[in-house]
Design a protein around this ligand. Structure first.
Ligand SMILES: [Zn+2]
Length: 228
């Protein structure tokens, strides 16, 4: 466990002072909320050295994460399976009511939007770019505001493929910017399969996708840093 002794001490104090609102174990993670100067959301990975992510300014392995670990080690947690089992046993109408209330309360609408139609919309917008200059701006804001956060890995790659097919000018700064919005997301996710597919596409279209080379250099640099 990679926690500073001072952090451990404070985390224990937080736990003893009942500042852990709840601690849930789901699969190999702990989820919880811990009260500090704000209420922070915390997630601890039990399989990865109790690595803790937190919404506080320290971001990881902080006193809030340790407070959650302390709750867990004192057997002061709820198994998520029990919560889900309780839901499972309810009649369908009641489950639907719970679901609808959650969607409304937490703005989870985009979980239910058809991302396939998002892909079609992206392809439609790409085809408009060569026809009229300003369409690139519509495309960029569509990528930023809707597409990258809802698309799966496959769809991100597909859009790049479509941009090549549409014969766009990959030396134009707006086209490059659109491409980097997608590339940023692919490399942020760090899905090896997706990156492999991107590399294959890059090998075939080095002239258009020259900027991918820069991303790959940085990616492999980071990758080898992690290995150290
Ligand atoms: Zn924290």
């Amino acid at each position: 466990m990679n926690y500073d002794p001072k952090i451990i001490e404070r985390g224990k104090l937080y736990y003893r002072n009942n500042l852990v609102k709840y601690c849930i174990k789901y699969k190999n993670f702990l989820f919880g909320e811990v009260v500090g100067s704000d209420t922070y959301k915390v997630k601890v990975d039990l399989d990865n050295n109790y690595f803790g992510l937190c919404t506080c300014q320290y971001k990881y392995n902080c006193k809030h994460a340790y407070a959650l670990i302390e709750a867990y080690e004192n057997n002061n947690y709820v198994d998520a399976e029990e919560i889900f089992k309780e839901i499972e046993d309810k009649p369908k109408e009641e489950i639907l009511k719970i679901l609808k209330n959650l969607v409304v309360k937490y703005y989870l609408w985009d979980e239910f939007l058809n991302t396939d139609s998002l892909l079609n919309k992206a392809i439609g917008l790409i085809k408009l770019i060569p026809l009229e200059r300003k369409n690139i701006y519509t495309f960029k804001s569509f990528l930023r505001n809707q597409f990258v956060k809802n698309a799966d890995d496959e769809e991100l790659i597909k859009v790049i493929d479509e941009m090549i097919r549409a014969d766009l000018d990959f030396n134009n700064s707006d086209i490059i910017e659109a491409l980097t919005i997608i590339l940023d997301e692919i490399f942020r996710r760090e899905n090896k399969e997706a990156i492999k597919k991107l590399i294959n596409l890059y090998r075939k279209h080095k002239k258009e996708l020259w900027i991918v080379g820069d991303y790959l250099i940085e990616y492999y640099d980071n990758y080898f840093d992690y290995e150290d």
